[in-house]
Design a protein around this ligand. Structure first.
Ligand SMILES: *Cc1c(COP(=O)(O)O)cnc(C)c1O
Length: 374
């Protein structure tokens, strides 16, 4: 048996929609993007969504839209994909890491306040594996110090905590439609916000700071465009939006299947000594993006190879950002500064989790993992 790490859910519906876009005249940002943005906002229960080319671009533009730049500090977690901290670096600001909680791997909210300086401008929490951070607590700290909150919700389209969804308490929430995410356009992302002024600014920033996009110039009477800001070229196109529409329609159904698989993994591993995994809190609805296990760090790498030998695709989510060569070199980080993030980084393996996995495949993964650790 071979179990891929991930298989996407693009089927005939999505292909038909893309074919329709491709046979139309308009391939770039237009009516299909607008339709996706409206439906995405409705799902997230927020006022505005802006389609972009990645979550990295979404986070970068969110910071830029709030004038964060050189001399500023942004507090974030080292237990994430490098995109999170890189988006801060690109603005010229400095990422300031704080350690995580041991139960969930999410940023430890208690450590945020002590890390605040007079240079701190924003907090950038990551909803790791699909479970939201304590966004209420983070919002309270931000309000007390007048800080911005930008959520890295790359894993967390479907998640909520105490009934709160991404973008509800923050300034912006950033989503990813990268190839292995819960819904995907190969590459893609979105920013959601309830702030109309920021939404309008983000619409300009994603496309060169122009006042009118191509759709407005060509579908209506010709209008000259002006450039009011220096923006980027991060606009989502109609082809990407076409791929996403039906996946968004099916998002709850697909979550149910991932919940079943998650339960199979939990039931199998809860009794096994030497295997632990992040806990889903009772007040939380996880988007169930990644199922990771925590093993003895001394055996982790060897177990990765054993799983690969048995044709099971795995990943490591994540190696802590502060220990990447670039971050060590430029910020002087050393091993031991964020022990809990480092512990996860050294002990974690991500197992396959996607709706197309069959029960037989899940059972095979469980069998091979149990054998590999014994
Ligand atoms: C995938 C991912 C990103 C980056 O998303 P892109 O759309 O590839 O830019 C950011 N943060 C986390 C936690 C991710 O897993």
């Amino acid at each position: 048996m071979k179990v891929e790490f991930f298989r996407h859910n693009i089927g005939q519906e999505e292909i038909n929609k893309v074919a329709e876009v491709l046979s139309s005249i308009f391939l770039t940002t237009g009516d299909v993007v607008q339709e996706f943005e409206e439906k995405f906002s409705k799902y997230i229960k927020c006022k505005h969504s802006i389609g972009v080319t990645s979550c990295t671009a979404a986070m970068y533009l969110s910071l830029l839209a709030h004038n964060i730049g050189p001399g500023d500090e942004v507090i974030t977690t080292p237990m994430s994909f490098i995109a999170t901290a890189n988006s801060i670096l690109h603005t010229g600001a400095k990422p300031v890491f704080v350690d995580v909680e041991s139960e969930t791997g999410n940023i430890n909210e208690e450590l945020i306040e002590p890390a605040i300086t007079d240079k701190t401008k924003a907090i950038l929490p990551v909803h790791l594996y699909g479970q939201m951070c304590d966004i209420k607590k983070i919002k309270n700290i931000a309000a007390k110090y007048g800080l911005l909150v930008v959520e890295d919700a790359a894993h967390c389209i479907e998640g909520e905590r105490e009934g709160i969804k991404p973008a509800q308490l923050s300034d912006t929430a950033c989503f990813s439609f990268y190839a292995t995410k819960n819904i995907t356009s190969g590459e893609g992302g979105a920013i959601s916000t309830n702030n109309e002024k920021i939404a309008n600014k983000l619409r300009q920033l994603r496309l060169h700071g122009m006042t009118k996009g191509a759709a407005e110039r060509y579908t209506k009477k010709y209008q000259h465009y002006d450039m009011e800001l220096l923006g980027w070229k991060f606009n989502m196109d109609n082809i990407q939006a076409g791929l996403l529409l039906n996946q968004l329609y099916l998002i709850e159904k697909q979550l149910k299947r991932r919940e079943q698989i998650w339960k199979m993994y939990e039931e199998a591993f809860s009794e096994v000594t030497g295997v632990d995994y992040p806990k889903i809190l009772p007040n939380s609805r996880s988007a169930r993006h990644l199922f990771t296990i925590w093993l003895d760090p001394k055996k982790r790498n060897e177990i990765i190879f054993k799983l690969q030998d048995q044709r099971i695709g795995v990943a490591v989510n994540f190696r802590p950002i502060h220990l990447m060569k670039y971050y060590r070199k430029n910020f002087g980080y050393k091993k031991g500064v964020f022990p809990l993030a480092e512990k996860i980084g050294a002990s974690t393996i991500t197992l396959p989790l996607y709706p197309k996995l069959t029960d037989e495949e899940v059972e095979y993964v469980i069998r091979v993992v149990k054998r590999a650790i014994s």
